[in-house]
Design a protein around this ligand. Structure first.
Ligand SMILES: Nc1ncnc2c1ncn2[C@@H]1O[C@H](COP(=O)(O)OP(=O)(O)OP(=O)(O)O)[C@@H](O)[C@H]1O
Ligand SMILES: [Mg+2]
Length: 143
């Protein structure tokens, strides 16, 4: 297990994104569930896309219509990207069967994760993004 409890990164432009995404995956170590806390437009989807690419997903990333769960294929398994922005309550997550997704064995990347919190144990990586003067400050910690 990674002994570091917190990782702080700065991204000045998109060229620095792959390195930051790799650092976050390294920080996560065995953990596979990532929660993204950041304002609208901060770059959550962009970062998730990069992390999934590094994990070997193929490029069927953007879906034409909004969906709560997007599944990305990689060799022999899947990555799951959740966007819970339009969710109205935690009950809707139960209807989607999230307890199966959140078993810790599968990679899950969750935007707007507040409603998912009741279903998660403490083995997740929390990623916060803030922006000041075009620099994105990323703070990763163990949930
Ligand atoms: N590290 C970065 N440097 C520069 N621009 C970025 C970076 N990350 C994202 N962007 C740009 O910011 C915009 C919003 O990014 P993105 O859709 O990933 O944000 P989001 O946090 O997922 O938004 P939402 O809250 O709507 O889901 C995009 O145009 C993207 O190209
Ligand atoms: Mg997004």
């Amino acid at each position: 297990m990674n002994s570091a409890e917190v990782l702080n990164l700065e991204i000045k432009d998109l060229t620095e994104l792959p390195k930051a995404a790799q650092s976050l995956l390294d920080f996560a170590d065995q953990r596979k569930i990532f929660l993204f806390y950041a304002p609208m437009g901060a770059g959550k989807t962009t970062l998730i896309k990069e992390m999934c690419k590094l994990l070997g997903s193929d490029d069927h990333f953007s879906s034409p219509t909004y969906s709560i769960i997007n599944e990305y294929k990689r060799d022999g398994s899947s990555l799951y990207h959740f966007d819970l922005y339009r969710l109205k309550n935690a009950g809707e997550l139960l209807d989607l069967g999230v307890e199966d997704y959140f078993d810790g064995q599968r990679y899950c990347f969750i935007e707007w994760p507040e409603f998912a919190e009741p279903f998660l144990d403490d083995n997740c990586v929390k990623i916060e993004i803030s922006i000041k003067e075009n620099i994105r400050y990323i703070r990763a910690s163990v949930f």
